[in-house]
Design a protein around this ligand. Structure first.
Ligand code: GLP
Length: 241
């Protein structure tokens, strides 16, 4: 695992955005694996700027998002579809048809998981996958105990994840109880993974990750078996003052 330690969130956003720009310049038809949560927001802002300035062209790029809540209307502001539209897609030159997110309102959710996994195979896997890390080590919505061989599937969110995500909703009760997520195996199919961590809240998870060793109760540790992971973190996430 390659490690890049930067000063703060701003530098993290800049550095990760530069790596994405480089990827798309190298291959304009890149497939990007995208993530939600607070961490990628700064990266998306940088990418929008780079797109406006003509440094990156998204017209031939395809995207695959990691996960989506189950049950939220696609128009709900906290559905990951709306999040991505608001924070990135509507502000860059990508057509909606090239952006893929699991459908958390599908009538047959099991079928939707199979459709999404087949899509990952058909257009992907991602050349570059952006990944945040939960305080409990979750990646995507793969909670502690997740099967390393898991593909896209339905998960019940843990208390820890629901309360961490409650900040985006009016109350914790409003946070959906279930989600569809790419599995650990689906995530590990990517050519390259960019794992991001910012702030002291993530210091515990990063410390545990860097202890090494795979542990089913700490999903991010599965990344040790991937040949090309770049961990970009700020000093606070690394536990430095
Ligand atoms: C969420 C998302 C993850 C994200 C993680 C960390 O629950 N499903 O994909 O990486 O939690 O979020 P944040 O970046 O806001 O800390």
């Amino acid at each position: 695992m390659e490690m890049i330690i930067v000063e703060d969130y701003e530098q993290l956003s800049q550095r990760a955005s530069d790596l994405i720009v480089e990827q798309v310049r190298m291959n304009p038809e890149s497939v990007l694996g995208l993530a939600t949560g607070g961490t990628p927001l700064g990266i998306y802002r940088e990418l929008i700027k780079a797109n406006r300035e003509g440094e990156i062209d998204f017209s031939d790029v395809s995207t695959l998002n990691l996960d989506e809540y189950i049950g939220l209307a696609p128009s709900h502001p906290q559905s990951y579809r709306q999040f991505m539209k608001r924070e990135l897609f509507d502000a860059i030159n990508i057509s909606e048809a090239r952006t893929h997110i699991p459908d958390g309102r599908a009538e047959n959710l099991e079928e939707e998981c199979r459709r999404y996994e087949a899509l990952i195979e058909a257009i992907g896997p991602p050349d570059l996958q952006l990944l945040g890390i939960g305080e409990n080590g979750h990646i995507g919505f793969n909670e502690p105990g997740s099967d390393k061989e898991g593909e896209t599937h339905i998960v019940e969110l843990t208390e820890s994840t629901r309360s961490a995500n409650a900040r985006f909703f009016a109350s914790e009760e409003e946070v959906p109880s279930h989600a569809i997520t790419m599995g650990i195996r689906s995530i590990l199919k990517s050519q390259r993974i960019l794992l991001l961590a910012s702030g002291e809240k993530k210091a515990g998870a990063i410390k545990r990750l860097l202890q090494g060793g795979e542990d089913v109760n700490f999903p991010a540790s599965a990344l040790w078996s991937h040949p090309h992971v770049t961990l970009v973190m700020d000093k606070a996430a690394y536990g430095m003052k």
